[in-house]
Design a protein around this ligand. Structure first.
Ligand SMILES: *Cc1c(COP(=O)(O)O)cnc(C)c1O
Length: 433
């Protein structure tokens, strides 16, 4: 199957090119030229285990580049942890996506992308460098996903002292092919260093520069899998999957894009509610038709502090071209007080959740009818937001093994000034092909 550039439809690339390039001409996003439809096979698909089902539904996207056996191996390696549906009451379940190595849903996409890239670089005997800036979650997911893979070096930059120590330890203690740089500057400074590196074509060529950010189509394809998995578990638990409404805690809208793709591929989801925090560009846009991003504001659900969501062109395309009906999407902004109330309400039902999932839970409270069944995505383990959760709920939280293990290890990160020439020398020395 080919993927085309939403800004320049004449640009068509294979899956392997789309994965390696990330973005098309003029920063255009890649989108599949056709979507497989499984509406007639849903019952048999839902009876399969996660890896087997995911291989089957995603293979049409990659079949020009990989054999079915090669692809099955990629999916097996990537999805080596579960997604779990947990009922919180008789009308709502959470889809827990945080049982991977870094305790956030980003493990699904990052691991799948890493396995694909590993296969493509191996086939071409190519060496590449992944350079990325992080303010937390992404760095950890990327570091763990690529750790120990041949032919791929990873360099992760983060703003010194601006992320929690525990978060930092989740990606700076690995070593091997993962290098981490603690930059004397802000997250934006880190991002500008990444951008300057990509603009430096000589450098980019010398180190085989690649990015691993959330607009990569491979990450979205991976995420389609867990909507099917949610339906499979609900079908087993409840005997039906009627009137399903998914509430998605949204930042860059990758999760929503994957959900809409799942629906377009025949999974019977009734509708979606995109829940944002105070960074409410999308709910305002759906209400007024005006795209007016404002200054980004800091909230408790900080992975969603995004005012220019970079996957929105894909969502817009699906709605406008009729791939999914426009009325299957609504959006609502949840403020900080409502987020806390959601956490308290769930706590009273015996369920501890962190702020991102709570934003989605609150959206369901406002938006669901009697005949509907609500599912909200649990995008991070509560322990990743330990201090916030403890202070809101007034109860101590244990550390899961993944966090406890790395908390005691030494950070291997090196300091870097906010200075492109220093980064350039570092990369040429460490990452030359
Ligand atoms: C990245 C992230 C989100 C936002 O997901 P998008 O796909 O960018 O909308 C939500 N919650 C958590 C915990 C995240 O890390």
């Amino acid at each position: 199957m080919k993927f085309y550039n939403l800004k320049h439809p004449e640009q068509e690339v294979s899956f392997s090119q789309a994965v390696r390039q990330g973005l098309g001409k003029n920063q255009g996003l890649f989108f599949p030229k056709e979507l497989p439809n499984f509406a007639d096979d849903i019952e048999s698909l839902l009876s399969m285990p996660l890896v087997e089902r995911s291989t089957k539904i995603l293979y049409p996207f990659v079949k020009d580049d990989l054999s079915e056996d090669e692809f099955a191996q990629i999916v097996t390696n990537a999805f080596n942890f579960p997604a779990l549906i947990q009922a919180v009451d008789e009308k709502n379940s959470i889809l827990e996506l945080f049982h991977g190595p870094t305790l956030a849903f980003k493990d699904f996409g990052a691991r799948f992308m890493a396995q694909c890239l590993q296969k493509f670089t191996e086939d071409n005997n190519e060496k590449i460098t992944i350079l990325t800036a992080t303010s937390g979650d992404t760095g950890a997911a990327v570091a763990h996903a690529f750790y120990g893979l041949d032919n791929i070096k990873v360099v992760i930059m983060f703003p010194k002292g601006k992320i929690s120590l525990l978060q930092e330890k989740m990606f700076t203690t690995l070593g091997d092919n993962i290098s981490t740089l603690s930059v004397n500057g802000s997250f934006d400074d880190c991002q500008s260093l990444v951008k300057q590196s990509f603009d430096d074509l000589e450098l980019a060529d010398a180190i085989g520069l690649n990015s691993a950010n959330s607009i990569n189509i491979s990450r979205l394809l991976a995420q389609i899998s867990y909507y099917f998995e949610a339906a499979a578990q609900l079908y087993r638990q409840r005997g039906n999957i009627d009137e399903l409404v998914f509430a998605i805690p949204s930042g860059n809208f990758g999760n929503l894009t994957a959900g809409l793709l799942a629906k377009a591929m025949g999974l019977p989801i009734k509708r979606f509610i995109a829940a944002t925090n105070l960074n409410d560009t999308v709910p305002r846009y759906l209400e007024t038709g005006e795209w007016e991003p404002t200054e980004t504001v800091a909230t408790m659900s900080n992975a969603m502090d995004v005012s220019k969501p970079n996957n929105w062109p894909r969502v817009e395309h699906m709605l406008k071209s009729g791939i999914v009906a426009e009325d299957c999407l609504s959006s609502i902004a949840i403020d900080e007080e409502q987020t806390q109330m959601g956490m308290h309400k769930l706590n009273a039902k015996g369920y501890i959740c962190e702020p991102h999932a709570s934003v989605a839970y609150k959206a369901l409270q406002y938006g669901i009818t009697d005949s509907e069944y609500g599912v909200f995505l649990g995008t991070a383990h509560p322990a990743k937001f330990k201090e916030t959760v403890e202070s809101i709920l007034g109860r101590p939280l244990g550390l899961p093994k993944e966090l406890a293990d790395c908390a005691g290890e030494m950070s291997l990160s090196e300091d870097l000034d906010f200075d492109f020439s220093a980064l350039r020398s570092y990369l040429l020395e460490r990452c030359k092909k």
